[in-house]
Design a protein around this ligand. Structure first.
Ligand code: ATP
Ligand code: MG
Length: 200
């Protein structure tokens, strides 16, 4: 599961756990990305803090893991490279499912070379309030670059609607509004300790 996880929140964990159960996954790996340049002036957290928060969030659930792959690679990571690296880690025969919110999957499939991505991995699109899954169906190419029917490689997954986003959490911290139960307790403590997302 890719994302900036700035910070990781309950919505991300609900998606991971639901995907693990529905698709009988051995493990769900959170892969925090090196952050693409942002225009906004609101404070963001450094990559190592985002990694650490993800690690704190998965503590106690052995089926959930965190990978430093993209953060260590630095610069903007291409999903295709990450999927290939994951095959390197888990074996070329490993069955990968790339999990993202419906909004992010749609964006990826309308990018360039979705056929190549679909040759490396299956995709799971988690429904997010305000994003219609029918839109995704239209964005799936007919075949992947290996000539397989691509429609069978993209799955949608219903999750209980959670209108939680990292953006909203960052705003809440910044403005001193409550955010405690939107993230795991350990992550809440970490954000406060490290004074993340506050204007300095
Ligand atoms: P930001 O507001 O900074 O973009 P975010 O909450 O969208 O943060 P990301 O790290 O961008 O979190 O998301 C990682 C993945 O989780 C993305 O694919 C995103 O679509 C998905 N996601 C995040 N929150 C939800 C949610 N509440 N419901 C469904 N999908 C979600
Ligand atoms: Mg996002």
């Amino acid at each position: 599961m890719g994302g900036t996880f700035d910070p990781i929140h309950i919505g991300h964990l609900v998606i991971a756990e639901e995907a693990r159960a529905q698709f009988e996954l051995e493990t769900v790996v959170f892969v925090p990305s090196a952050r693409p340049p942002h225009k906004v002036t609101m404070p963001h957290a450094p990559a190592l803090d985002r990694l650490r928060m993800a690690e704190l969030a998965v503590e106690g659930n052995r089926a959930l893991n965190v990978s430093e792959l993209e953060v260590k690679r630095e610069g903007i990571s291409y999903t295709i490279d990450t999927l290939r690296d994951l095959h390197g880690v888990y074996g070329s025969g490993a069955e990968l499912f790339f999990i993202r919110g419906a909004d992010a999957i749609l964006e990826m499939l309308t990018w360039k070379d979705p056929e190549k991505l679909l040759a490396e991995s299956k995709f799971i699109a988690a429904t997010r309030p305000g994003y219609a899954l029918e839109e995704i169906a239209g964005a799936i190419p007919e075949f992947n670059s290996a000539g397989q029917k691509a429609r069978n490689l993209v799955f949608s997954m219903e999750i209980p609607a959670l209108a939680i986003s990292s953006t909203d959490i960052r705003e809440r911290v910044c403005e001193g509004r409550p955010f405690r139960y939107l993230v795991p307790d350990t992550v809440w403590g970490y954000i406060i300790d490290k004074r993340l997302y506050v204007q300095r």
